[in-house]
Write a protein that binds this ligand. Structure first.
Ligand SMILES: [Zn+2]
Length: 126
């Protein structure tokens, strides 16, 4: 796995951890897609490459794989049951000012506050 050191500088440790989990999803779940492409469509075969911004020349399948990795990585870093347990510990609640709790959860799970917020919404707590 190669992560652009310039991209590293533009972000925080939580984003870096999310990127590592994201690339692990690609390696574990999607490597056979690229391996089979070498055999079936060698002319189109290429390596998996994620961009910080948009994917300018991705196929429809690659966009699906990318969204798959984007969706799974936070769930790996913040598994539902431990995440809910910690959210209740930090007294997260619908309609409350949860900024302090979100910061605490981000620190605990070593992810970004944005990632915590999205995960709280997915779990129905925000
Ligand atoms: Zn990706």
């Amino acid at each position: 796995m190669l992560i652009d050191p310039e991209a590293y500088k533009k972000t925080n440790a939580g984003c870096v951890n999310n990127t590592i989990a994201h690339e692990c999803v690609h390696w574990y779940k999607h490597r056979m897609y690229y391996r089979m492409q070498e055999y079936i469509l060698p002319r189109l075969a290429k390596y998996c490459k994620c961009y910080v911004e948009q994917l300018p020349y991705s196929t429809e399948e690659e966009i699906i794989l990318e969204n798959h990795a984007i969706g799974i990585a936070p769930r790996i870093l913040m598994p539902k049951n431990p995440f809910l347990e910690m959210a209740y510990t930090f007294n997260v609640g619908y309609g409350k000012d949860n900024r302090y709790a979100i910061a605490q959860l981000a620190e605990f799970f070593e992810v970004s506050k944005q990632s915590v917020t999205i995960r709280l919404e997915e779990c129905g707590l925000l």
